[in-house]
Design a protein around this ligand. Structure first.
Ligand code: FAD
Length: 152
């Protein structure tokens, strides 16, 4: 794959999954299972962050596959108000090991995210795409190094 063909897209959306913690967890599991399978098939990598109110997701991959994947994601009734924060070409993948890494609220609440919380009250609407990208990346690298089970 040509390096210049790579793009990344960062969006925020509102969670529309309702129910108790078990139901929400099941839905997230389903989203991650299908995402990992489909993304691996088309060369998409990235990370998904979830808290009770919103999703933030970074997707990276070849332009056409990224667009197709995002068009499907956008239509998904499990979230709404999808806002693109960033869409641009890039040289190198930052999430190459993950067909879709997951950072839960628990993980997001951990030490590495203390700064986001302080800055934004964990309101991703206060964050720029760049910042979400950096924070997810730094967090996932640290979690992988510590062999943390908070990323799955
Ligand atoms: P089908 O499975 O044929 O479903 C048809 C329609 O129903 C679609 O609109 C689908 O979105 C919706 N749907 C499917 N399951 C449910 C359900 N349990 N409850 C309500 N509606 C449902 N997919 C990826 O491939 N890669 C990703 O990185 C990715 N990230 C996602 C992030 C978020 C926050 C969400 C909410 C979804 C994500 N998905 C991702 C899932 C994506 O939206 C599609 O559901 C999935 O790709 C399957 O697409 P399909 O057209 O085959 O849908």
């Amino acid at each position: 794959m040509m390096a210049q063909d790579l793009y990344r897209l960062i969006y925020l959306s509102n969670n529309e999954i309702t129910g108790d913690a078990t139901i929400i967890q099941q839905e997230i599991r389903q989203i991650l299972t299908i995402s990992r399978q489909r993304n691996a098939e088309v060369g998409i990598t990235g990370a998904l962050m979830f808290n009770k109110n919103c999703f933030a997701q970074v997707l990276e991959g070849p332009h056409d596959q990224l667009q197709e994947t995002f068009e499907r994601i956008q239509c998904d009734p499990r979230h709404s108000n999808v806002i693109i924060l960033n869409f641009e070409s890039m040289q190198t993948r930052h999430f190459s090991q993950w067909s879709m890494a997951y950072v839960s609220q628990e993980a997001a609440d951990s030490a590495q995210f203390a700064r986001i919380q302080r800055d934004s009250g964990f309101d991703p609407n206060q964050l720029t795409g760049e910042r979400i990208y950096d924070l997810l990346h730094v967090h996932l690298q640290a979690a992988e190094k510590n062999n943390s089970n908070q990323v799955y």
